[in-house]
Design a protein around this ligand. Structure first.
Ligand SMILES: [Zn+2]
Length: 229
């Protein structure tokens, strides 16, 4: 019996191959489109550009020159979440003046499900004063907590933050705790100053969730050098 894949038209098969390579490695994707005219044509397809992963070559996202920024533009226009995330973060934390349009890019990347964007966009929204923004922020970070990837994302943010080390005042510390019962809540507040959260397995889901996000905000302020002003 024929394998169903044999019945697919050649152009669809080729697109599947290019997409598969793109989602695994920017380096392999780049090499492939440089070697064959058909691959090169497919490599400009927005569906393919959207799926390219830069995990194996992050330097291109975080240390771009003008030529690279121009090169990345077509990925951004195609909705590539990694490029939207890096561009959005760079614009938002640009020094001396950040750009709020960076937040729109972060939001698109977050809503596409890209985890680093969900973390940063969610935490930025938690820095806002109004409850609607904070609720939106919690909706994003809650799924990361359930997936037990908070520590991995914190480490990634530490690495990325080195590119945005100058505080540009786009964010200030929110002095209003998310937990209404702070500081008497018998949640995470009990652990403050005498317990260090270093492992996702230590993230006790039975304790007050709002206290949990007050704790994460303090971590976020530290990572991105967000001051009191
Ligand atoms: Zn609480």
């Amino acid at each position: 019996m024929a394998n169903h894949i044999d019945l697919l038209p050649e152009d669809i098969l080729l697109k599947m191959v290019v997409e598969k390579v793109a989602t695994n490695s920017f380096v392999n994707f780049f090499n492939m489109q440089a070697t064959d005219r058909q691959f090169r044509k497919l490599s400009n397809n927005p569906d393919v550009l959207k799926k390219v992963s830069f995990e194996d070559y992050p330097k291109i996202l975080w240390e771009p020159n003008q030529n690279i920024l121009h090169f990345l533009k077509r990925f951004e226009v195609s909705g590539n979440p990694e490029v939207l995330f890096s561009q959005g973060l760079r614009e938002f934390f640009d020094w001396p003046v950040g750009n709020i349009s960076g937040l729109r890019k972060l939001k698109i990347a977050a809503e596409s499900g890209y985890k680093p964007a969900k973390y940063v966009y969610g935490m930025i929204k938690l820095c806002y004063e109004n409850n609607e923004s904070r609720k939106e922020g919690i909706d994003h970070v809650r799924s990361l907590r359930v997936a037990k990837c908070m520590m991995q994302l914190r480490m990634k943010m530490h690495q990325i933050s080195h590119y945005f080390w100058r505080y540009n005042r786009m964010l200030v510390r929110n002095r209003t705790p998310i937990c209404n019962s702070f500081p008497t809540c018998k949640g995470w507040g009990l652990k403050r100053n005498r317990w260090v959260f270093v492992d996702d397995e230590d993230d006790d889901m039975s304790l007050c969730e709002n206290c949990r996000w007050d704790h994460e905000l303090n971590v976020f302020y530290g990572i991105f050098h967000i001051h009191n002003i």
